[in-house]
Design a protein around this ligand. Structure first.
Ligand SMILES: O=c1ccn([C@@H]2O[C@H](COP(=O)(O)OP(=O)(O)O[C@H]3O[C@H](CO)[C@@H](O)[C@H](O)[C@H]3O)[C@@H](O)[C@H]2O)c(=O)[nH]1
Ligand SMILES: O=P(O)(O)OC[C@H]1O[C@](O)(CO)[C@@H](O)[C@@H]1O
Length: 696
């Protein structure tokens, strides 16, 4: 497979990238190079080309070189555009059409065209769109950062001036809409990005978005030791260099909100007593020669240092090499410091993975990707980036509590192994192959349908899943569906992570959403008729209001709240579901209320449940009930187990399913997890054969 990456911005080269040299040389380049390096080691990636823009500047001659060989498989090609100068991403738009023409000419001169284009950021999305229109090459899109989210972050933090003009942001959003609409598949880094950030766009289509988390360069960062020259770089600023260090590593742009961190530190004498502050904010020679956004940010930081008289307590080295970065984190780790990211919004946050890999706790903005990172890694705390006090208090708490520090540091170091470039590249290439039609998939008219819950039914035992997968591969006439309480993206992520066979049908968010896998492609399409049907009688706002004052319950995270699902937690009250149902009846509202695992509560439209969704799908597929098997383990599966005759309860069930009379017809499988599903299918098939025999 020939993969062409397009990334137009910043100072991109094959090695020694100077991150933070300007506003556009940052995470998207780290991401691209990490992904490419891992792809090189995968056989099916036969040729990799990174197409970027050639320019002349005082950043060096490398960026005007038309061809740079990176490895035997990979090269960087640079195309000039009418304006030969370095241009910021906001100035690049006018060069995009000419750039696309050069790229199309170049593709025409290749022995074979690329199989797929992977476009990084909106401007590359436009180029990929033009190429697709002219040459028919499909493209995948990774935004790295979305204009609408950036716009909202500045709107919500009125104190910080947005350096982008409204006009430029609006143009960017329009372009992103097109890139999102025409991409064969969109790659997101987190659930926040897939389910919240993209949902702000008109062309949002969850079935075309896949979460493939980026990697952390574990080998370089894991347990990185301090280095003498890095210690010197930092210590020359400090009166007490032995103190713990609060560190931030970020391009000094307004959105990264570094000034708020200086303010938090400057306002707290206690924090200054406990720790030094170390800011790694790009590289500079003369601040007055930098782009306005960067020089403004740096000047503001210098003003605050002076205002709070932080001399001797804050380090802000002028330059650092890319190879110094692991040891900078190592400096903080050695001193039991903390990594802080106070960005107004962080689309994902590679630095947070780097900090986790080195083994230091993090304090990060509660806006964007850090929500997912902290949930997965349990390596720190989220704060409101507009509150200097919130930031300072979190740091004081962590510094004062060695056990807390240890638990965050070790949890992060353990969990970050899940962020791996090799598995990112493998998953990307698998999807790219499906996009290009090399991996033909899709269901034929099935003769049977198997619907399984995910957690603790299909998943839970790797061995059982492997056995199940092998069995399913030998059942070409069986449509495979999952029915889960998880959202589409959460379900897809865990299935891909566990290497489960991909379902033909996904019934998600406890039956309130249904998706079908497209024939010959990896994307899924939501069922609009199901949405229309369950909308009847659903008063989401009314339910929210009715439950606002109810004691003993609290909402689950914002991502669990969907158009057709409201989810709560009731850790101390197993009767909460019944209490909610009573309250809703009392105020005349209709809903399906479901409790599971003695603490989760889902409230759905009256017509929605896993059971009604399975029935809807069964009828769509033209199957009879005896041709359908359903399998589950807990309270939120009862609706589908109750409604279908071939109902399987796996051996590891909970929520006292055996004592529920409506489940008397179920087969309680002897074996656990996915093996229990196999037991159940065999049982019902045997029973049907027996029946057929006795009729005969
Ligand atoms: O002075 C600096 C500043 C940054 N870095 C490195 O540059 C990268 C920055 O990446 P990230 O923290 O992810 O931020 P952005 O540069 O803003 O990257 C964009 O793209 C990333 C990849 O998609 C996303 O994770 C971000 O949220 C998005 O804003 C990291 O590896 C840093 O270590 C340096 O080496 N020196
Ligand atoms: O803040 P913005 O304008 O959304 O852009 C984020 C920037 O981060 C980057 O990843 C920097 O590398 C680029 O994608 C982009 O220049």
């Amino acid at each position: 497979m020939f993969v062409l990456h397009i990334a137009l911005q910043g100072c991109l080269r094959g090695s020694d990238v100077q991150y933070g040299i300007n506003a556009d040389t940052g995470g998207h380049i780290r991401y691209l190079l990490g992904m490419v390096e891992a792809s090189e080691r995968i056989a099916k990636a036969e040729r990799i080309v990174i197409a970027t823009r050639a320019f002349e500047s005082n950043h060096g001659a490398d960026y005007a070189v038309p061809r740079e060989r990176v490895s035997s498989k990979t090269e960087i090609v640079r195309f000039a555009t009418p304006n030969p100068d370095y241009l910021t991403k906001e100035e690049l738009w006018s060069e995009v059409p000419a750039y696309a023409e050069s790229l199309i000419d170049w593709i025409g001169a290749q022995p074979a065209p690329p199989d797929i284009i992977h476009a990084h950021y909106a401007d590359a999305g436009v180029v990929a769109g033009i190429v697709r229109e002219r040459l028919g090459i499909p493209y995948t899109f990774v935004a790295h950062s979305l204009g609408r989210v950036k716009m909202d972050a500045f709107r919500d933090n009125a104190g910080t001036e947005n350096p982008d003009s409204m006009e430029s942001l609006e143009r960017r959003i329009e372009i992103e809409e097109r890139a999102i609409r025409d991409a064969s598949l969109i790659v997101a880094s987190s659930r926040d990005e897939a389910e919240f950030q993209y949902s702000q766009y008109k062309n949002y289509d969850p079935g075309r978005i896949r979460i493939i988390p980026p990697g952390a360069e574990l080998a370089a960062f894991r347990g990185a030791p301090p280095r003498l020259h890095v210690d010197r770089l930092i210590n020359r600023f400090l009166t007490h260099p032995e103190k713990p260090a609060l560190i931030a590593i970020a391009r000094p742009v307004a959105k990264k909100n570094l000034a708020m961190l200086v303010k938090a530190y400057g306002e707290s004498a206690q924090l200054q007593e406990m720790a030094n502050l170390v800011l790694i904010a790009g590289n500079r020679s003369d601040i007055s020669h930098l782009e306005p956004e960067i020089s403004n940010s740096l000047n503001e930081i210098l003003r605050l240092i002076d205002l709070y008289d932080l001399y001797g307590r804050i380090a802000y080295p002028k330059v650092h090499l890319p190879s110094d970065v692991p040891a900078i984190y190592g400096y903080a780790q050695y001193r039991r410091g903390i990594f802080i990211n106070p960005a107004l919004n962080e689309p994902f946050g590679l630095t947070l993975l780097e900090a986790a890999a080195v083994g230091i706790p993090i304090i990060a903005t509660d806006s964007g990707g850090p929500n997912d990172i902290v949930e997965i890694c349990r390596n720190g705390e989220l704060v409101d980036p507009s509150s200097s006090d919130d930031i300072a208090q979190a740091a004081i708490r962590m510094l004062a509590d060695p056990a807390l520090w240890d638990s965050y540091a070790s949890a992060g170091a353990r969990a970050v192994k899940r962020f791996d470039w090799r598995s990112h590249a493998k998953r990307y290439l698998r999807l790219a192959e499906a996009v290009t039609g090399k991996e033909g998939i899709g269901i034929r008219q099935p003769r049977e349908l198997l619907v399984s819950d995910i957690d603790n039914t299909l998943l839970g035992s790797r061995d059982a899943l492997a056995e199940f997968s092998e069995w399913l591969a030998g059942e070409p006439e069986m449509a495979f569906a999952i029915a889960s309480g998880r959202s589409f993206h959460s379900a897809m992520s865990v299935l891909e992570q566990e290497e489960s066979p991909l379902p033909d049908i996904m019934i998600t968010s406890v039956g309130s959403e249904i998706y079908y896998r497209a024939e010959n492609g990896p994307e899924y399409r939501a069922d609009p008729e199901w949405a229309e049907w369950i909308a009847e009688g659903w008063d989401r706002a009314g339910i929210l209001a009715a439950l606002q004052e109810l004691p003993g319950i609290r909402p689950q995270s914002p991502l669990e709240q969907r158009r057709f699902k409201l989810s709560y937690l009731s850790p101390a009250n197993p009767e909460a579901a019944a209490m909610i149902a009573e309250r809703l009846i009392a105020v005349g509202l209709q809903a399906t209320v479901m409790g599971s695992h003695a603490r989760y509560i889902d409230i759905l439209p009256p017509r929605a449940s896993k059971g009604t969704a399975v029935e809807f799908v069964r009828k769509r597929l033209g199957l009879e009930t005896r041709q359908v098997y359903v399998a589950g383990d807990s309270g939120n599966d009862v609706e589908m187990l109750r409604l279908l005759p071939n109902a399987i309860v796996v051996g590891n069930f909970c929520d006292q399913l055996r004592s529920r009379p409506e489940l008397d017809h179920c087969h309680f499988a002897p074996r656990r997890y996915a093996r229990g599903i196999l037991d159940g299918v065999a049982y019902f098939r045997g029973a049907q054969d027996g029946q057929a025999l006795s009729v005969a």
